[in-house]
Ligand binder design. Structure first.
Ligand SMILES: *Cc1c(COP(=O)(O)O)cnc(C)c1O
Length: 394
């Protein structure tokens, strides 16, 4: 029996041909393919600007810098996420405050956000709003809070390319935030091997990120700082200026060509994921021991998390499925539980819903290579394991 992963890439012959074409061309790193991919993503999500970067982590880092996150500032984010959602703030020297989740969905709890903002104390410079599992947050409500309390919003949409807000517009359109960051890691909705992209409506933010991704260096005459230009009359086409302390966070043409080819199938991928979730829902709805992540129109379903009654049963079910080559996983260990953040003084018990979620959750396989037969095997094995655990506990 082959291993069924919780998620994986879906590579077609067209994808392979697109990459091979780049390998035969003049540019391997940033050449004509990167701007083409940026345009394709911008037009897909209906944003004015898209800037491709080496990873979503790099994109989150640069978005933080571009929006004024730095030493002495504070960034708030959901603790039920991958560490990168918080690390980007730490790279800039900012303090992180973790927010609790909605116990039904695992997503950031906007009531908790609002209560914390109302309580006074130090306001955030930026909120990293994570669309956990590909489930879009209520962004108009977050945008209203951002306006009232004067903070910037970065959407961590690593899970959510192709997902839609309740008004039907695509995640990343940028009307309710300052920047949106997507990931192209192989488990994510589409892949470039490694890679990420930042979309925004704000030309200043886009320009800043584009500069920072390539050492802070510009060759654009229109951008030159004359104050520090020593001999403009003698400078030629070789001349460039390093204006900011930037990074090497560029995407390659090899990656961009793969991404542009993958993007053509994104809507079909999302539809397949939604169908898989509907099948899970109908197979598992009657089982009182299993709580499924609720249906939401437009959800991208990067993950399909379920909750079990207690942590002992979660462990038993996890081990049983793993022993049958079904590579279920757990999303996430609350970020504030990780030793690095514990050492910074974040304590357990501060986000009870996220801690309870972590104790009982399991992510079932959901990806486009999951066949009906594979999914049936996941369902049968899961139900069997739950039944066994219930008998053992009785
Ligand atoms: C995967 C992921 C990231 C980081 O993506 P990379 O492209 O691997 O850097 C950030 N945030 C979340 C929520 C993720 O799942």
């Amino acid at each position: 029996m082959t291993i069924i992963p919780y998620s994986r890439q879906d590579i077609s012959e067209d994808d392979i041909a697109a990459v091979a074409d780049v390998l035969r061309s003049d540019f391997l790193t940033t050449g004509p393919e990167v701007p083409k991919f940026e345009q394709a993503i911008a037009s897909y999500v209906a944003a004015q600007h898209a800037v491709a970067v080496a990873s979503a982590t790099a994109g989150l880092h640069l978005a933080c810098i571009a929006l004024g996150v730095g030493r002495g500032t504070s960034v708030w984010t959901s603790t039920n996420s991958f560490a990168a959602s918080a690390n980007c703030a730490r790279y800039c020297g900012a303090a992180v405050t973790f927010l609790d989740i909605d116990p039904a969905t695992g997503n950031l709890c906007i009531d908790a956000l609002e209560a914390k903002l109302n309580a006074g104390g130090k306001r955030p410079t930026a909120l990293i709003a994570v669309h956990y599992s590909g489930r879009p947050l209520d962004m108009p409500r977050i945008a209203a809070l951002a306006k009232l309390y004067n903070f910037r919003v970065i959407e961590d949409a690593a899970h959510a390319l192709g997902a839609a807000y309740t008004d039907g517009t695509k995640v990343g359109s940028g009307h309710h935030s300052d920047a949106t960051v997507f990931s192209f890691h192989p488990v994510k909705p589409i892949t470039t091997g490694e890679g990420g992209i930042v979309t925004t409506q704000d030309p200043t933010v886009a320009e800043r990120i584009a500069l920072l991704r390539s050492h802070g260096i510009t060759r654009d005459d229109a951008q030159m700082e004359d104050t520090y230009r020593l001999s403009p009359q003698d400078d030629g086409a070789w001349y460039y200026q390093m204006q900011l302390l930037g990074y090497h966070y560029r995407m390659t043409d090899i990656q961009a060509a793969l991404g542009r080819s993958q993007l053509k199938r994104l809507d079909a991928f999302i539809q397949q994921r939604q169908q898989i979730v509907q099948r899970y829902h109908s197979a598992l709805a009657d089982h009182t021991a299993i709580t499924c992540a609720p249906w939401q129109e437009g959800c991208g379903w990067h993950l399909f998390p379920i909750l079990l009654p207690n942590t002992q049963m979660r462990k038993h079910v996890f081990e049983t499925l793993r022993s049958k080559d079904i590579a279920v996983n757990v999303h996430y260990i609350p970020i504030h539980h990780l030793p690095y953040y514990q050492r910074l003084g974040h304590t357990g018990g501060s986000c009870p819903h996220a801690e309870d979620w972590y104790a009982r959750t399991l992510s079932l396989p959901v990806h486009t290579k999951l066949t009906d037969a594979d999914q049936q095997r996941v369902i049968d094995t899961l139900l069997h394991a739950v039944q066994h655990a219930q008998k053992a506990a009785a």
